[in-house]
Structures are given as structure tokens and as C-alpha cells.
Design a protein around this ligand. Structure first.
Ligand code: ZN
Length: 155
């Protein structure tokens, strides 16, 4: 399915991150790859998904961060991409792929819902703030209030 709301989701995500830039500076900080890998594992395990590999792309320019399902790997182009906010985004793709399957818009309503849940649980972003910015962004989520997403209990 066409990735019809990709740009709007990027804008939505950036609006949320801008809103917490002063209060949650840690989510923008570059991590050692090993620490970033553990963070991705912790997120995925909370949804019953085995830890993905997290690697740098071997070509360092012109590539965005992404998740590839066939080898269960999050690829981060450069060191600056190894930060909680970017890992949360790619882990949201990982979790969405495993929970909802293939054939969906990459940044569709399932992704928005999972990502919102991860932002609240693992980046500690305020749920009301997420919901407010989501309502203003006019993007599709699984329900009007995207954060509550009841899967197996996190440890
Ligand atoms: Zn994405």
C-alpha cells in the first residue's frame, strides 16, 4: 500500500520532539551502537518480539534509517542516528511489521499507534501531549487516542 501519510507522520513526530526538546534532552543524545542495540531490544521484547540486529549501513552517505524484515535488522546510517528517538522510530517499524504483518502503508495508522505507544513507554513522553499533537496533525491512527495499545504487559 502506498505510504500515503509519510510526510505528515514525519511532521507529527518532529512536532512532538520539538515540544519535549527542553524537558527530555536525553532522547536526542547519540549512544554507542551497543547501547542503542540494547534499547531496541528492550522495546521489541516488551511486545514479544525478539531483539533485532542494529547495524550501521556500510555506505555512510545518503541513506535513511530503516528496518528490514528479511534479516530482522535496524540499519542506522550514521552515529547521530544512534539515538533514542530514531531507534524508537525504527523499533516502531519492527513492532508494527511483526504485529500487523506486511502490505500496510509503512507510516500508516498501525505504525502511528505503535510509535505513539513506544514514545510514551520508552521515551517517557507525556500521553496527553502525544494525543494533543496527534489530533492537530490530522493523521490516521487506529483510534482517536493513539497511545493506548494493549499488548502483552511490558516487563
Ligand atoms: Zn519510518
Amino acid at each position: 500500500m502506498r505510504d500515503y501519510q509519510k510526510q505528515r507522520v514525519y511532521d507529527w513526530q518532529n512536532a512532538i520532539f520539538n515540544a519535549v526538546a527542553d524537558t527530555l534532552p536525553d532522547i536526542f543524545v547519540e549512544l554507542p551502537l551497543e547501547v542503542g542495540t540494547r534499547f531496541a531490544a528492550k522495546i521489541c521484547e516488551a511486545y514479544g518480539i525478539k531483539p533485532p540486529k542494529v547495524v550501521h549501513h556500510r555506505y555512510k552517505d545518503g541513506l535513511t534509517a530503516h528496518y528490514t524484515r528479511w534479516n530482522h535488522t535496524i540499519v542506522l546510517p550514521k552515529n547521530w542516528a544512534v539515538c533514542p528517538k530514531t531507534i524508537a522510530h525504527e523499533a516502531a517499524h519492527t513492532v508494527t511489521d511483526h504485529l500487523f504483518g506486511l502490505g500496510l502503508a509503512a507510516h500508516g495508522k498501525e505504525f502511528v499507534t505503535v510509535y505513539s505507544n513506544i514514545m510514551a513507554r520508552f521515551l517517557y513522553i507525556d500521553v496527553d501531549l502525544i494525543n494533543q499533537i496527534t489530533a492537530e496533525a490530522g493523521i490516521d491512527a487506529l483510534n482517536a487516542s493513539p497511545v493506548p495499545l494493549r499488548f502483552k504487559a511490558a516487563s
